[in-house]
Design a binder for this molecule. Structure first.
Ligand code: URA
Length: 296
């Protein structure tokens, strides 16, 4: 196939066309911890990009007003945002010891909302902090927000969340008697897997979240959450179905159970049996089963 050669004005026209149809951010296909998302308005605002519009794509009213706005954006270094600091250079305020100064869930949420150094914050639509009852005995930790969660800023509202609600109902739990969060509070762009650096940066917030909510038991959903919290390389099928006494950084050993993620169960319904076994373990621990209540 012959290679299509575009000249500079073709490329600018294509960029402006994307701007016109509402694409307002340029992302890489792969995570780059040094790159911040670039807004097309910023790219178009750079000196070399504001030449005459190529004849092929006339400047309609939308393009016109956006370019007008774009040229008013104060161009940072060479029209790009300053790169995020490298991990080594990131402030040490991401240390769990410093987060211990945060004394309430509301403050923890606010500090996450202000965490500009995390690249995920800039591509997500909303911070997805928690749902349910922060005073509940059970805290559920999922993996990362999906598209629906990102849109609404609430964990587990999509199809996986609907299945989770049914699973909880099977042992008489609901969002009044459980508190839900995720390993990461922002959806990675395009649902890509979060990088080790992103996970490492945000884990102290997760641990402080557990300390402040102080549940009696924790339920981890999915392999990524289980591996992270239990510090294991084993797969979820090996980790699930057992209680682990886990220290979330405050010296308190909290009973923690890992189980299968509802999104996985939607793809592999035959595994629901295992998930139900885990739910029974949880129900027994909480003394939710009628038989256990009678005998206890
Ligand atoms: N999967 C998760 O792990 N968490 C959500 O909030 C949604 C889907």
């Amino acid at each position: 196939m012959p290679t299509q050669i575009y000249d500079r004005s073709d490329l600018i026209a294509m960029l402006r066309y994307q701007f016109e149809i509402g694409i307002d951010e340029a992302l890489l296909d792969f995570p780059d911890p040094l790159a911040s998302p670039v807004e097309l308005s910023e790219l178009l605002a750079t000196k070399n990009m504001t030449g005459d519009l190529p004849a092929k794509i006339p400047a309609g009213p939308i393009i016109g007003s956006m370019l007008e706005k774009a040229t008013k954006v104060a161009p940072s270094q060479n029209g790009r945002r300053a790169a995020s600091p490298t991990l080594a250079a990131r402030p040490s305020s991401h240390n769990i010891n410093d987060l211990s100064k945060i004394a309430s869930l509301a403050d923890l949420r606010a500090s996450l909302a202000a965490l500009d150094v995390c690249p995920l914050k800039h591509t997500a639509s909303n911070l997805c902090f928690a749902d349910g009852n922060p005073g509940a005995r059970v805290m559920i930790i999922g993996e990362v927000p999906g598209r629906d969660e990102d849109r609404m800023g609430v964990p587990f509202v999509g199809f996986a969340g609907q299945l989770l609600d049914k699973m909880l109902a099977s042992i008489s739990l609901d969002r009044e008697s459980a508190y839900l969060t995720n390993m990461l509070p922002w959806r990675p762009p395009g649902n890509r897997t979060p990088t080790d650096e992103e996970i490492a940066m945000l884990t102290p917030w997760l641990f402080r979240h557990v300390q402040l909510a102080n549940p009696d038991v924790i339920l981890l959903l999915g392999g990524a959450a289980a591996k992270l919290v239990l510090g294991s390389q084993d797969g979820i099928l090996k980790l699930r179905g057992k209680w682990y006494d886990t220290d979330f950084g405050d010296g308190v050993m909290r009973p923690t159970l890992a189980s299968l993620h509802p999104a996985y169960l939607l793809r592999s319904p035959a595994q629901k049996r295992l998930a139900f076994d885990d739910l029974l373990l949880l129900a027994r621990h909480l003394n939710l089963l009628v038989a256990d209540n009678k005998s206890g």
